[in-house]
Design a protein around this ligand. Sequence first.
Ligand SMILES: C[S@@+](CC[C@H](N)C(=O)[O-])C[C@H]1O[C@@H](n2cnc3c(N)ncnc32)[C@H](O)[C@@H]1O
Length: 207
Amino acid sequence: MPLLESIFSKIAMNGEVPRYTSDYAALERLFRTKTDVWNFEKDGYETARFDRIVDLARRVPHDSILEVGCAEGHLTRRLAPLAGKMAAIDVSATAVERARRAVPDADIRQARLEDARWDRKFDLVVCSETIYYLKDIPAAIRKLNSLGRYVLVTYTLYEKNRLDPIFSRIPAILNTSFNYLKFFDADRIVNWRGIRIVLWWSGAPWR
Ligand SMILES: C[S@@+](CC[C@H](N)C(=O)[O-])C[C@H]1O[C@@H](n2cnc3c(N)ncnc32)[C@H](O)[C@@H]1O
């Protein structure tokens, strides 16, 4: 079964295998090489994923939102209308510069989650498709908890075997998935992808 799953996911991804790296200099080089590196604006999966996240964020009581790992601000731009105060961080200076242009009213800073400090706690911290770049996931979860009252994390289902055991230890308000299947979508024969979505109260005890 894992073999079949792996073959099918390779066909679905058109041979493109995701590579996640904690090499932040490599991420910066990636952003310098091209814009919209993950095809966020044209890929139906990505826009459907954003819609799902925004829909969930809307249901959490919030005035202020912090997005961790905002890239060029594609999701930030969609979250901003929901928030009285929208802030975001990313490790890449180039991405931050573009995100500031995309969402001029938001407070967007170049920072690594590991070092992020704020003079206030946000109502909601959204860390979408970023957690798997971090080497120490439990430390990243503790850091996210320190930054907000509610935390919403999403990660690709390609990372589920590694990350589910960690995130299932959190007493979450919501632990669900978003699945997407479309034929002949975004230059793929089959666009079959998905994310795990975990939402929790940052005061909840976890082991
Ligand atoms: C795949 S993008 C996610 C963009 C957006 N959040 C979304 O859901 O589409 C991941 C981003 O996380 C950033 N990133 C990676 N490690 C980070 C860290 N330790 N602190 C802050 N940002 C980080 C990368 O530079 C990249 O822009």
